[in-house]
Design a protein around this ligand. Structure first.
Ligand code: PLP
Length: 303
């Protein structure tokens, strides 16, 4: 029995089974959410867009002034090793940079903390379960507004999910699968763990604010360009979401995920729309063909 079968993690310079991966309660990554992270998936034995995820992680760390000792190559190798140790062909793979805790007791200065790097690989995760993706997700428009971009840069991937979690709770209270948040000005932003797209009159649109620069979003825009589908990053007023022909969500942990209801509105025939389906199918077909693929180095499976 592989002790890493449930997942493998790298913490404090050591590889451990996922259940043993812990951090200090004094770590500012925990007490202040003073950290950033990224998630890449492994599909059929290969990372998808690994370099793009490492690039975004590097930008996030720079913006938050986090500098763990491991360099990019060491981080990449650590991700390979976590997947290899767990022996996973399809995986959710996270990298996290945390502030750590002050070397000097009682210090309130971020510069006094030793930053550190954590990574882990666990079996595949879908933000929206596959059966729900098939029927089309039911999306609740949350009453809580997304935190303003000026307060926290949403392009830095983060765990400050207070607003997103409130939206999710509200969605579940109303019997919906998940939520979408608008900003205080009434423009559509993103949901708990995904970017959103609306389709209107054959055009595919995704919000220009309040959201992460998603790698799946980028992949969808590339597919649209290749297929000659008109697509743009643009302001999306709430009314446009409510009046859309189709809506779909996009994330590393699930891919292109069609929506069939937005609030009380039923889209099309209460099933995923044709363009959403086409993009979803294409996204996975291209994966199977090796699109942006980096094979996992399974030979690294030694702790
Ligand atoms: N928005 C948020 C808040 C997320 O957490 C995520 C992914 O976890 C996304 C968007 C989608 O980003 P990506 O496609 O890079 O996974």
């Amino acid at each position: 029995m592989n002790e890493f079968a449930a997942g493998a993690a790298y913490v404090q310079g050591r590889f451990v089974p996922i259940g043993q991966a812990t951090i200090s309660v004094l770590d500012w990554g925990f007490t202040r959410s003073d950290c950033t992270y990224d998630v890449v998936h492994v599909f059929q034995g290969g990372f998808f867009r690994l370099d793009d995820h490492l690039d975004r992680f590097a930008r996030s760390m720079e913006k938050r002034r986090l500098a763990p000792p491991e360099g990019r190559e060491a981080m990449a190798e650590t991700l390979h090793r976590c997947v290899a140790l767990a022996g996973l062909r399809d995986a959710y793979v996270a990298m996290v940079a945390l502030r750590g805790r002050p070397r000097i007791g009682g210090s309130r200065r971020p510069a006094d903390c030793d930053n550190h790097f954590i990574a882990y690989a666990v079996p595949w995760v879908d933000v929206i379960p596959k059966d729900v993706q098939e029927r089309g997700a039911h999306l609740w428009i949350a009453s809580v507004p997304r935190v303003p971009d000026a307060s926290f840069d949403p392009t830095v991937k983060n765990y400050m999910w207070g607003d997103l979690t409130s939206g999710l709770l509200e969605a579940h209270d109303h019997g919906f699968d998940t939520a979408i948040l608008c900003d205080a000005q009434g423009f559509v932003t993103e949901g708990p763990g995904f970017n959103v797209f609306v389709v209107k009159d054959g055009r595919v649109l995704t919000p220009d604010r309040g959201s992460l620069g998603g790698i799946t979003r980028r992949s969808v825009l590339e597919l649209c360009a290749q297929e000659g589908i008109e697509a743009a990053i643009a302001p999306i007023p709430r009314a446009l979401l409510e009046d859309a022909d189709e809506v779909f969500a996009a994330t590393t942990a699930g891919g292109v995920m069609p929506v069939s209801r937005v609030g009380t509105r039923i889209l099309g025939n209460d099933r995923p729309g044709p363009l959403s389906r086409r993009l979803k199918d294409l996204y996975w077909r291209r994966h199977a063909e090796g699109w942006h693929n980096t094979p996992v180095r399974y030979e690294l499976a030694v702790a």
